[in-house]
Design a protein around this ligand. Structure first.
Ligand code: FES
Length: 146
Protein backbone atom coordinates (compact mmCIF):
# COMPACT_ATOMS: atom_id res chain seq x y z
CA UNK A 1 0.00 0.00 0.00
CA UNK A 2 1.61 3.26 -1.10
CA UNK A 3 -1.00 5.56 0.43
CA UNK A 4 -1.33 6.45 4.08
CA UNK A 5 -3.78 8.39 6.22
CA UNK A 6 -3.10 11.82 7.63
CA UNK A 7 -2.63 10.28 11.10
CA UNK A 8 -0.07 7.78 9.79
CA UNK A 9 1.80 10.50 7.94
CA UNK A 10 1.78 12.73 11.03
CA UNK A 11 3.13 9.94 13.24
CA UNK A 12 5.81 8.85 10.83
CA UNK A 13 6.87 12.42 9.98
CA UNK A 14 6.84 13.57 13.61
CA UNK A 15 4.48 16.48 13.04
CA UNK A 16 0.89 17.18 14.03
CA UNK A 17 -2.11 16.55 11.83
CA UNK A 18 -2.83 20.29 11.95
CA UNK A 19 0.67 20.96 10.61
CA UNK A 20 0.04 18.62 7.68
CA UNK A 21 -3.25 20.32 6.90
CA UNK A 22 -1.47 23.66 7.01
CA UNK A 23 1.27 22.44 4.67
CA UNK A 24 -1.36 21.13 2.30
CA UNK A 25 -3.24 24.41 2.43
CA UNK A 26 0.02 26.12 1.40
CA UNK A 27 0.48 23.68 -1.48
CA UNK A 28 3.60 22.08 -0.01
CA UNK A 29 2.16 18.57 0.15
CA UNK A 30 -0.69 16.93 -1.71
CA UNK A 31 -3.28 14.28 -1.03
CA UNK A 32 -6.03 12.43 -2.81
CA UNK A 33 -9.45 11.57 -1.45
CA UNK A 34 -10.46 7.94 -1.13
CA UNK A 35 -13.95 6.55 -1.71
CA UNK A 36 -14.90 7.57 1.85
CA UNK A 37 -13.72 11.16 1.12
CA UNK A 38 -10.77 10.80 3.47
CA UNK A 39 -7.35 12.23 2.66
CA UNK A 40 -4.76 9.75 1.54
CA UNK A 41 -1.12 10.65 1.11
CA UNK A 42 1.42 8.98 -1.09
CA UNK A 43 4.36 7.75 1.00
CA UNK A 44 6.55 10.11 -1.01
CA UNK A 45 5.01 12.91 1.07
CA UNK A 46 7.10 11.67 4.01
CA UNK A 47 10.22 12.83 2.23
CA UNK A 48 8.61 16.14 1.33
CA UNK A 49 7.68 16.75 4.97
CA UNK A 50 11.26 15.88 5.98
CA UNK A 51 12.56 18.44 3.48
CA UNK A 52 10.08 21.07 4.73
CA UNK A 53 11.04 20.52 8.38
CA UNK A 54 14.75 20.62 7.55
CA UNK A 55 14.35 23.83 5.55
CA UNK A 56 12.36 25.41 8.39
CA UNK A 57 15.07 24.41 10.84
CA UNK A 58 17.56 26.22 8.61
CA UNK A 59 15.40 29.34 8.83
CA UNK A 60 13.58 29.28 5.50
CA UNK A 61 9.98 30.43 5.46
CA UNK A 62 7.16 28.33 4.06
CA UNK A 63 6.89 30.84 1.21
CA UNK A 64 10.55 30.26 0.33
CA UNK A 65 10.11 26.50 0.57
CA UNK A 66 7.07 26.64 -1.70
CA UNK A 67 9.13 28.63 -4.21
CA UNK A 68 11.91 26.01 -4.09
CA UNK A 69 9.39 23.26 -4.71
CA UNK A 70 7.94 25.21 -7.64
CA UNK A 71 11.42 25.49 -9.12
CA UNK A 72 11.79 21.72 -8.84
CA UNK A 73 8.76 21.46 -11.06
CA UNK A 74 6.11 20.60 -8.47
CA UNK A 75 7.05 16.96 -8.72
CA UNK A 76 5.94 14.76 -5.87
CA UNK A 77 9.31 13.10 -5.38
CA UNK A 78 12.30 14.80 -3.89
CA UNK A 79 15.05 12.81 -5.54
CA UNK A 80 18.64 12.54 -4.40
CA UNK A 81 19.55 14.99 -7.18
CA UNK A 82 16.87 17.42 -5.96
CA UNK A 83 18.25 17.15 -2.44
CA UNK A 84 21.74 17.86 -3.78
CA UNK A 85 20.44 20.96 -5.60
CA UNK A 86 18.51 22.18 -2.56
CA UNK A 87 21.30 21.63 -0.07
CA UNK A 88 23.85 23.46 -2.22
CA UNK A 89 21.40 26.34 -2.65
CA UNK A 90 20.58 26.43 1.09
CA UNK A 91 24.26 26.45 1.95
CA UNK A 92 24.78 29.50 -0.28
CA UNK A 93 21.69 31.24 1.14
CA UNK A 94 22.80 30.58 4.72
CA UNK A 95 26.28 31.89 3.96
CA UNK A 96 24.76 35.11 2.58
CA UNK A 97 22.50 35.47 5.63
CA UNK A 98 25.38 34.89 8.03
CA UNK A 99 27.45 37.54 6.22
CA UNK A 100 24.53 39.99 6.34
CA UNK A 101 24.04 39.33 10.07
CA UNK A 102 27.76 39.81 10.71
CA UNK A 103 27.59 43.19 8.91
CA UNK A 104 24.60 44.20 11.05
CA UNK A 105 26.39 43.08 14.21
CA UNK A 106 29.43 45.15 13.26
CA UNK A 107 27.24 48.19 12.57
CA UNK A 108 25.54 47.68 15.93
CA UNK A 109 28.94 48.07 17.59
CA UNK A 110 28.85 51.79 16.77
CA UNK A 111 25.42 52.12 18.42
CA UNK A 112 26.43 50.55 21.72
CA UNK A 113 26.42 53.29 24.31
CA UNK A 114 25.21 55.88 21.76
CA UNK A 115 21.43 55.99 21.43
CA UNK A 116 21.29 58.88 18.93
CA UNK A 117 19.30 56.91 16.30
CA UNK A 118 20.24 59.76 14.00
CA UNK A 119 19.47 59.62 10.27
CA UNK A 120 22.77 61.42 9.74
CA UNK A 121 25.05 59.33 11.91
CA UNK A 122 23.50 55.93 12.60
CA UNK A 123 24.09 53.33 9.89
CA UNK A 124 21.49 51.03 11.37
CA UNK A 125 18.86 53.77 11.37
CA UNK A 126 19.75 54.90 7.85
CA UNK A 127 21.48 52.04 6.02
CA UNK A 128 23.50 53.14 2.99
CA UNK A 129 22.24 56.67 3.67
CA UNK A 130 19.31 55.88 1.36
CA UNK A 131 17.48 59.12 2.03
CA UNK A 132 20.68 61.17 1.79
CA UNK A 133 20.71 60.53 -1.96
CA UNK A 134 17.35 62.29 -2.26
CA UNK A 135 18.62 65.52 -0.75
CA UNK A 136 19.25 67.04 2.62
CA UNK A 137 16.67 67.87 5.27
CA UNK A 138 13.29 66.25 5.77
CA UNK A 139 13.05 64.70 2.30
CA UNK A 140 10.14 62.42 3.17
CA UNK A 141 8.10 65.34 4.42
CA UNK A 142 8.92 67.61 1.48
CA UNK A 143 8.79 64.88 -1.12
CA UNK A 144 5.08 64.41 -0.57
CA UNK A 145 5.44 60.71 0.16
CA UNK A 146 2.43 59.58 2.11
S1 FES B 1 22.37 54.88 17.81
FE1 FES B 1 23.94 56.32 17.50
S2 FES B 1 25.07 55.47 15.87
FE2 FES B 1 23.39 54.13 16.07
Amino acid sequence: MSEISVGQLARRAGVSVATLHFYEQKGLIHSQRNAGNQRRYNRRMLRRVAVIKTAQRLGFSLREIAEMFRELGEQQDITKDNWQQLSVRWHQALTERIEAMQRLRDELNTCIGCGCLSMDNCRLRNPDDALGEQGSGPVLWEGGES
